[in-house]
Write a protein that binds this ligand. Structure first.
Ligand code: ADP
Ligand code: MG
Length: 339
């Protein structure tokens, strides 16, 4: 009798402690995409504060890096760095530095100066740069024009300059991956152990989904209603780049999309140029690795590099895997995923 009551008491305590914790969800339109947050937490009021902190961080990063906001640090740099060195924040410096590192690593497939021409495209309005402008501005698309001067000496500011006055940069291929990492850091500071944060195609998973893995869908690149694959994941980042995210089909039946080949200054060729798909062109690339700050630029890079060079790059990097879909709609995995 006594024992039974003690048991009931303990069970009751356990149950009530458990029933307090629950999943918290939030969805907001930020950085030109949908930001999703899901995390497990006990206290409802505190969970609201955590949610606000995370969303505020996305808004802060957007305000600094948006090419569409005239007062963003990025816009200021694009206006002024062509005339000479401009002082920049350490945050922008670290993102530019990482971008340049990937430019070197990918022989220029990842190149934030794609924006010199990319900024002339409007995918909603169906506008693209014409051949003449493309030819004229192509020499200004080159990451070697980006001169980052990170000064370790105290009192001397870090600066950025473009050696071609026409050069512009855009961080759309790395900023969302960076942002989901920042979000996870904030969640961890608050003692969260299980979470999923995504900004468009960039997701970061903290822990598992409480006893089971998170199930991440890779969208079918030509059928919105379908997944091409579902991958169980935990404690990792995954970034997907596709030619179906932001695009229009132009008068020549070309798919004009948002991932540029810096060598041509035009959207990377996929399956709609009328030629027979040669099997090396990719239409969807997902890269899995510890941080969004790496998986985001890598998914863009592999997309531009194509299947052979892109997969070779991921195989060479320890801790990274990739799932790609080629122009024939065939799916390929790096060796670490082929169990
Ligand atoms: P999403 O923005 O859908 O997450 P991706 O991660 O695939 O897309 O990155 C595509 C974005 O990266 C483009 O919208 C553009 O802002 C930028 N970008 C496009 N081409 C390049 C490139 N060759 N190098 C660096 N950034 C690029
Ligand atoms: Mg990317």
């Amino acid at each position: 009798m006594y024992l039974a009551r003690t048991f009931a008491l303990i069970a009751g305590l356990l149950f009530s402690a458990h029933s307090l914790a629950e999943w918290h969800y939030e969805k907001q339109a930020i950085m030109g995409t949908e930001v999703h947050l899901q995390f497990w937490y006990e206290d409802k009021d505190q969970a609201k504060e955590i949610t606000a902190d995370v969303m505020e961080e996305f808004h802060r990063i957007d305000a600094a890096l948006s090419p569409y906001k005239e007062d963003s640090e990025l816009s200021r740099v694009n206006r002024e760095a062509g005339q000479g060195p401009v002082p920049i924040t350490e945050e922008l410096a670290s993102i530019v530095e990482k971008s340049l590192w990937y430019s070197d690593k990918t022989a220029g497939a990842f190149d934030i100066t794609y924006a010199t021409l990319g900024s002339l495209y409007d995918f909603r309005k169906g506008e693209q740069a014409n051949e003449k402008i493309t030819e004229t501005l192509l020499p200004a698309v080159n990451y070697r024009h980006v001169q980052l001067n990170r000064e370790p000496r105290e009192g001397i500011r870090t600066t950025l300059a473009f050696s071609d006055p026409r050069t512009k940069i855009d961080l759309g291929g790395i900023a969302k991956g960076y942002a989901v990492d920042r979000a996870v850091a904030i969640l961890q500071q608050h003692g969260v152990h299980n979470a999923s944060v995504s900004a468009g195609g960039d997701a970061r998973l903290l822990g598992d989904k409480r006893g089971k893995p998170w199930l991440i869908g890779i969208r079918h690149p030509r059928d919105k209603s379908k997944n091409a694959a579902v991958i169980p994941l935990e404690n990792t980042a995954i970034s997907t780049s596709g030619d179906y995210e932001r695009f229009f089909i132009d008068d020549d039946e070309h798919r004009v999309h948002h991932i540029f080949n810096p060598a041509t200054g035009k959207p990377a060729e996929t399956d709609s140029r009328g030629d027979t798909a040669d099997g090396d062109k990719l239409i969807s690339v997902s890269v899995i690795g510890p941080h969004g700050f790496d998986t985001d630029p890598l998914s863009t890079s592999v997309f531009v590099l194509g299947k052979q060079k892109g997969m070779a790059l991921i195989e060479e990097l320890t801790g990274f895997e990739a799932v790609v879909i080629d122009a024939n709609h065939q799916m390929f995995f790096t060796s670490g995923l082929q169990q």
